[in-house]
Design a protein. Structure first.
Length: 301
């Protein structure tokens, strides 16, 4: 079973005919036919039914298709890795929370583009649970997330920094006039979620006992940091956010820090699949992320 035979097979499936597959691969139709026939003889099963109006995959062809595509992809990656002599290259699909994308990762992306021009970066925002699941399933190469330090099956993780959280309110909110804030005070306020699916919101609600409470605080879920900050500034409610995301607003008085510290700790972390640890682009990103984030923390302790 040769890669060129599998490529002929997948191209026939993609184009729907031997003739179109030959044109796509820039070879003759008899060549495509010969490769498909050789593949069928190797496997001992037919892969296509020849019908009057075209072709149709057999059940064996349907079963082979995902394996064929994976083999072709891995072969291509191996060829590129050898020709690049271990230099970071290729496409990196990265998942991240919006707060990290906007306030932590842009300098990192800039550094990667400058230092490793052969690496193509695609950044996708999403919640922590979804991003980590997609890393495990191979739809993302890696992900940045904010959460507690814990093991994730099949994944390697590294801690980049502790991520301080702060509860903020608008300047006119009643809680800003209190020297001490209790959990009861927080439970009595409208909670504004800036990032739906963020694990620290789940911990926040658990710390306030909202998951067990019969009467929950009103929750305004905006799934946008900018919208949440505007809503908080206008007095609609309070929000728990990473401090780095509201540093400017706290400095100029648009938002106020409430005197309550969460009884849990979260960190900004980086995760990738264990079987992807040898990928030079992932290795380069881990190293660059540690450097860039440490410089950020040192500049704004």
């Amino acid at each position: 079973m040769e890669t060129r035979q599998l490529l002929a097979f997948t191209t026939v499936v993609q184009t729907g005919s031997f003739t179109k597959a030959a044109a796509t691969l820039n070879c003759s139709q008899p060549t495509i036919t010969t490769r498909i026939k050789a593949l069928e003889e190797t496997l001992g099963v037919p892969l296509f039914r020849r019908l009057p109006r075209g072709i149709q995959m057999t059940s064996a062809g349907v079963e082979l298709l995902p394996f064929a595509r994976n083999i072709i992809t891995l072969t291509d990656k191996a060829r590129k890795a050898i020709t690049m002599n271990g230099e970071p290259h290729g496409k990196l699909v990265i998942g991240s929370a919006q707060s990290l994308t906007d306030y932590r990762l842009l300098p990192l992306i800039e550094y990667m583009c400058w230092r490793y021009p052969s690496v193509q970066i695609s950044l996708h925002s999403g919640n922590t649970r979804t991003n980590l699941a997609e890393v495990g399933e191979g739809r993302l190469d890696c992900a940045f997330f904010i959460g507690p330090i814990e093991a994730h099956e099949g994944l390697e993780t590294t801690v980049l920094c502790q991520e301080p959280l702060v509860v903020v309110a608008g300047p006119t909110h009643a809680l800003t006039r209190r020297p001490v804030i209790t959990e009861q005070d927080l439970r009595g306020s409208t909670l504004i979620r800036a990032e739906n699916g963020a694990s620290y919101y789940e911990q926040f609600e658990q710390a306030l006992g909202l998951r067990e409470a019969e009467s929950r605080s009103p929750v305004l879920a905006l799934d946008s940091l900018d919208a949440a900050k505007r809503a908080v500034a206008s007095g609609l409610g309070i929000s728990l956010v990473p401090e780095v995301t509201v540093a400017a607003e706290l400095a100029d008085g648009r938002l106020r820090r409430l005197p309550w510290a969460p009884p849990f700790r979260v960190c900004t972390q980086f995760a990738w699949r264990r079987d992807n640890s040898a990928n030079p682009s992932v290795t380069a990103l881990v190293s660059a992320a540690a450097q860039v984030v440490s410089e950020q923390v040192a500049a704004h302790p």
